[in-house]
Design a protein around this ligand. Sequence first.
Ligand code: NDP
Length: 244
Amino acid sequence: MRTALVTGGSRGIGRAVALRLAADGFRVALTYTADDTAAKEVTGRIEQAGGSAFAVRADLGDPADTERLADHVADAFPALDVLVNNAGIAGSGPIAEETPQTYDRVFAVNVKGPFFLTRRLLPLIPDGGRIITITSGATRIAFPEGIAYAMTKGALRTFTLALAKELGPRGITVNDVAPGIIDTDANAAWLRGDPEAAAYAASRHALGRVGRPEEIAGAVAFLASPQASFITGSTIDATGGGNL
Ligand code: NDP
């Protein structure tokens, strides 16, 4: 059975990715930081459908936790076919609102965590494996409303490009998926609680609506599949024709 690790797989986009990869036949490990109930809901649902899944609590902003997570995955899986670097947090907002502390935290979780997790798990990824990172439409569309966050996603884009080159000779592909605005808990307060803001968010996409987590999971599942074997160093722009 092929194996996959989805960071932040308990909610939102990561949850949809975990469910989709399990439906596609992967044994899935997922991570979360706080919400045990949400993590159990996902693993339970996968197991009910005849799949296999387990959850590990780990804060990617904490290097010791990241090490522990890698050890756990290495103990559970003989090899890791697909690594999905999904977990991420938003920064504080425009430049005036960032502090050295909020800046360090968003870079720790969004960049340093996936960087060192990937480094630690590389020996477990077989030739032909896949590394897929969730970036953002904000890597190509100016997003001053979340400048430090957007910068972390730019760093992940560069990470993807460099790793794709390094790992190409082993047939490991490294790509990222850049979502537009997706209806997840991260956006719940304004998307679900403020009709005017929701209409504005919808208007910023050519398709006239925000995305669903399953629509990002579809792009990840494609990159994880044999159909995507000649795609590496690329971004799937899943922004609904977004103009953030
Ligand atoms: P959610 O906030 O809905 O879910 C976040 C997930 O990550 C949860 O499983 C959460 O677990 C976990 N998580 C949170 N903090 C950490 C941490 N410090 N270490 C490890 N895991 C953590 O997020 P989304 O689904 O909206 O976003 C997922 C990814 O997609 C992120 O990288 C985000 O930047 C990116 N993205 C999202 C967009 C959107 O519009 N939603 C747009 C573009 C990109 P727990 O609940 O236990 O804390």
